[in-house]
Write a protein that binds this ligand. Sequence first.
Ligand code: APR
Length: 259
Amino acid sequence: VVVMYVKYGVDDDTKGTTKNLKTIVIERCMEYIRAVSQMPSSNNCDAIWEGFQNSFLGKDPCKVHVEDYDQFITTVQQDIPCNKSLFWSKTGQIAHDFTKATKCFMTLEDTLLGHMMDGLKWCGQQHSKEFNYTSCPGWNECEFNPVRSFWRRASAHFAELACGNVMVMLNGSIDSPFNKQSIFGSVEIKKFDPEKISYVSIRVIDSLQDRTSCNSISLQDLGRILNNSRLDFDCKDIDKSEILQCINDPISQSCDCVN
Ligand code: APR
């Protein structure tokens, strides 16, 4: 039996643009603005959609650059409160389950920008203003594909806005919990502003009991980068079961936003 994890119930095993992309994006946008109070009233989901599609339609889907989304990013207004930003790498499922259960932190995908595009695929083509519903480049097929450039742009923006104490959730079950090629390692960490960020809490989620990932070579790399950026931080190994427990029972005392 093959069980596929499908984000937000969007059935997208096609190779091209997600079916009904426009409807999904606009509905997610409207629903988000309705659900989240204190959203600036300047957000207009139709204008946001226009800005989004203008970023990549009519372009070769291997030549959509990170900067092509600059204008679009400015059409989405949202204040990210200090002390709330959670960054993650290879811990997508548990990090998102955690933020949904506890409301302690928010990930990029919990912001309007990330929420609208989460799990979706899109591309256009040269010499046409149509979407390509048949075939879009895969994540690694060419560097400057529309989806990858979007996530790099949105991630840079999210990291630039971060202030106060931030949390980073890494995966202690792999050889390099900190990977310089990941979006966290190549985009977000470079945008951390030491004038705005007071502290970086690195939490490595371990599934085995040894809990020593904070001493690993890859975490030493991360420590050096943070030191060079004059950012204060600590690293703690956390048992995966502790986070899962917290997700299942968010009001229990073991679940104190993972300090
Ligand atoms: N193929 C398809 N999608 C990929 C691939 C790939 N090879 N690599 C990354 N992605 C997309 C997926 O959507 C995945 O869920 O990027 C997401 C995160 O990838 P990870 O490697 O787990 O982590 P990382 O590259 O560090 O990105 C996560 O960036 O999205 C921001 O703020 C977010 O802090 C988070 C970080």
